[in-house]
Structures are given as structure tokens and as C-alpha cells.
Ligand binder design. Sequence first.
Ligand code: ATP
Ligand code: MG
Ligand code: MG
Ligand code: MG
Length: 561
Amino acid sequence: MRYSQYFLNTVRETPADAEVVSHKLMIRAGMIKKVAAGIYSYLPFGLRAIRKVEQIVREEMNRAGAIELLMPSVTPAELWQESGRWRQYGKELLRLKDRKEAEFCLGPTHEEVITDIVRRELRSYRQLPVNLYQIQTKFRDEIRPRFGLMRGREFIMKDAYSFDLDDAGADVAYEKMYQAYRRIFQRCGLKFRAVEADSGAIGGSFSHEFMVLADSGEDAIVSCDSCEYAANVEKAEIRFDAQAPAPAAELQKVATPGQKSIAEVASFLGVPAEKLVKTLIVETDSGELVAVLLRGDRELNLVKVGNLLDADWVELASDDKVFKVTGAPAGFAGPVGLEIPVLADMEVRAMADFVVGANEKDAHLTGVNHGRDFEVSRFADLRQAEAGDPCPRCGGRLETWRGIEVGHVFKLGTKYSESMQATVLDEQGRERTLVMGCYGIGIGRTVAAAIEQNHDENGIIWPMPIAPFQVLVTLVNPKDEAVAAAGEKLYRELCERGIEVLLDDRDERPGSKFKDADLIGIPLRVTVGSRGLKDGRLELQQRRSGERTLYPVDEMADRVV
Ligand code: ATP
Ligand code: MG
Ligand code: MG
Ligand code: MG
């Protein structure tokens, strides 16, 4: 590709809304263009990286025996009603109506659609096992889209779904996907960890998240310094002595009039902000705003509503504000709150000595022990793990990290196959409900995570396997005939060898070309200049190390491969 004819416009200024480095660099390197909040166009240079990741994913899925198909993004409400998720999903599901007033949604995931396909196509155990996947555009109306492709509303996901006759078969499918995921992220050149993403209570863990390690990651993970144990902090539980409840102490009331930030409330109450139980505002199906009190352990962003409605643990509080409490979930039905049916099956864990608060005078309680002062669930003797805690597996010490969830493998069991009646006949002619697994990878998020891990102050440093181009050939002065001729010759030679080359033949100042070269981060760079050519040499430079070596003109093509 000739840069002069390519569509790649780098940007000098850092975009105002970009908080993390991958977002900044993807905009500046002309990879993506914002169309609306959380919705981006993939420009040619960015698309090449996306396609690289997709190709690796595709190859590893195929190698693991999964079969590609493609489902629609617009999916009918009926399927979601069958599974119950039409009601459960909440606002993250973008719902729409056609001209006949029939309801649809843009698929945020495809369990319903794939289960519908499979139940109509499969009759017999002989057709099993099967694992079907697609690489497709998803839509989730994230409450706070940010970080560019990392948390978009429209994004590309690889999603796979396995169907087996029994649990043992489903476990085999899970293991295959787990291994395929390891290969995928290794091949992408990423430092990652597979962490347990469920409590593993039922003998062994059947959900793992693949986390790219990065300080900007939205997830907190713990890992043991002496064994293999690693888990999402949300799911890493430490059992503490469930002492007999202390005599009910007076709950102290604290006045906090006006809108306070979490930090202000925390400092006023004299508790670390991460120990503060914050108010999470959740919109229910009926559009009602309800508040849920939660322990927050990090920045205050409301990002887990979908999980909440899926009856799981919730991680964060809302914007940098303490909101008015209008209710609380069943588990908290104590001094604060009403019963909120839509949240009733949420698991509320015990938290010792916390604060619950609202943006109302006299509506804060300190010294709260949930097990004692509030009626809480069966998790009363569990709390989330923290750095320094003993490893639940070997007693070693836990360390904490931040990570970006790029992939998730999940043993679903019969959740969808049961509600949607996906069955086959077994060897004895009996009807059996299929056992499912689902496996997702965020393609754009993986590219962004790669940049989070691979950059310096000047720009991106692409890992070779996902680099948009492998080699950049820069003509220092393309008007110099010798330079142009040597550059063209090398370009042709490299192209003939199947190497992806960007030839910077632009009529620009060398300084600005080198700046762009650093910014767009192509791993290998050949500089063709009149000075070197006089000695019959070209310079090869590694983007990562900056190391430069001169080679004879005719050797260069061999040196690059
Ligand atoms: P998160 O916890 O970050 O919201 P999730 O657990 O909701 O992600 P999954 O339902 O597990 O996501 O989807 C599979 C994969 O899709 C995730 O591991 C992630 O890589 C990707 N993904 C999910 N949401 C987004 C998003 N808003 N933007 C980009 N990629 C996403
Ligand atoms: Mg999510
Ligand atoms: Mg998640
Ligand atoms: Mg997930």
C-alpha cells in the first residue's frame, strides 16, 4: 500500500474525551472515528488490526472444531420472551419496532437465536456435539460508553455456543474453548491471565474471564503468589468467621445534605472510599429508578447493570454522586428501603462495618454490620478477597491486579435449552435437554487492550501478529530518483513475499514522517535515504527497541522476513 494513495490521516491533538491511552492512540493513529457515543467507524488502518484479530480467532475456533455461521443483529422479541430475558435485560437492550409495530432488539448476545436454530435443526444425539460461532456486530446500550473500542455500544464480538448431550460433554467443550482462548491471546502477543469468574462453589469453576493485564483495566483480579489460583475480585471470596452477631449497636445517623461525591462522604465519615457502601441507581423494567446499596471498591462508574439484572453480583456505584435513595433490594430490606421485585433474586453479600448512605439529611448509617443490622443472604460469612488475603486454594498470599476482560467462557448448563425446549433424542429414544456453553471475545476490545500493553510516549508498538502492516518503508525524500527507485524495488520485493508493506512515499518533511511512523507503530521500519544509499545501504529499525541496523540494499528484503 502506498501511503500517498492510502486513507490514513494522523491527528496531532489528543481527543478531549479520550481517557485511556488506547483510545487516544486509536484516534490519533487514524484507526477509528467516532460517529456517536460508543459508536465508531473503523477506518482502513484500524480495520486491518481488527481483521488480524478476527483471523486469529477464526483459525483457533476452526482448529478447536467450532463451525462458523452468521446470525442477524436484529432479533425478534418473541425469542427473548421465551427465555425471559426480554423482561430481565433492562436498558442495555436496544429495543425497536418495525412498521407493523412488531418488537425487535439489536442483539447484545445470541443465546436465544442460536438455541432457536439448534432446536429446529437437531433431532438426534448423533448430531452432537456441536459448537457454532460467529464474528458479528453486537449492540449494548452501555450506560457509560467510554474508552473508545474498549466499552463501545456497538462492537464486534466473536461468540460461540456449544451444545452437548450431557454435562460431561459440555465440560469437554468448555475445556476446548478454554485452551483455544489461551492460544488466541498468546498468538495476539498479549500478556493475559485466565481468571475464575464464578465462585467455583459447585466443584470446579465453569466460568473464566481472560484478562489482559493493564492498569487502565476496569476489572480487579486477584492471583496467588504461590499457586495457579487467579480470580476476578468480584468472585474471589474469603470466608471469615461468622461470629455470633454482636448486640445491636446504635446505628449512627449522619447528616449529609446536598449532592456529595463519594470521596466527600467517605472523608466525612472517616472511612476509606473503597469501604463505602454506595448508592447504585438502577432503572427497572418499568423505567422506575431504584437505588441499590453496594460496596464500591474503585472508580465510580455504573457499568454492571446488565449483570445485576441477570441476578449476579454488582460491582460499582453510579456517577460521582450519591443519589437519593428511593428503595433497596430485598436483601437490604432494613432501615433503608422497599422491596424491589426485579432485583429480588440478586445475591447480596455480607459486608461488615460499612456505611449505607443516601443523599438525604439523616439518611446515612455508619457502623453498619449487614449480618447483624440487616437481614442478609446465605453469603453472610463471605467477603470479597483483598490483597494480602490467604489464597483460598493453597493458603499463599493474594496479589491484586487490574485487567481488561477480553474474553469470557461460560458453562451455561440448560438455562436456555430448558426455557426454549432445545432437546434431542438419546440412544434410548428419550428426550434430553441440551447442555450449553457460551464463549465470547471482544474483537475491538482485544485490539485496544493490545495497545494498552504495547505503546510508548510516541505511539503504538504493534505486536507483529496483529499489526495493520508488518513493514513500513519510508522514503526520506521521494523526489530523489535513487531513493524512489530503491524504495519501489524493495516495496515490490516485500510484497511479492507476501509481506504487508506500507510505503511512505508522501511528499512530507522527514520529521513528520518519522513522527507518524512512531505513532502508527508498524513493528519494522526501513528508511530509504540518499545518504545511506550513497554507501549502498538501507536502515532497518525496530519500533519496539528503537534498534537500528544498516544492511546492503540487496539484502534488505531477506533481512525483513
Ligand atoms: P463487561 O464486564 O466489560 O461489561 P461483559 O462481561 O458484559 O463485559 P460478555 O457478555 O462476557 O461481556 O461478552 C463477551 C466479551 O465481549 C467480553 O469479554 C468483552 O471482551 C466484549 N465486550 C463486552 N461488552 C463490550 C463493550 N461494551 N464494548 C466492547 N467489547 C465488549
Ligand atoms: Mg457488560
Ligand atoms: Mg464482565
Ligand atoms: Mg463477561
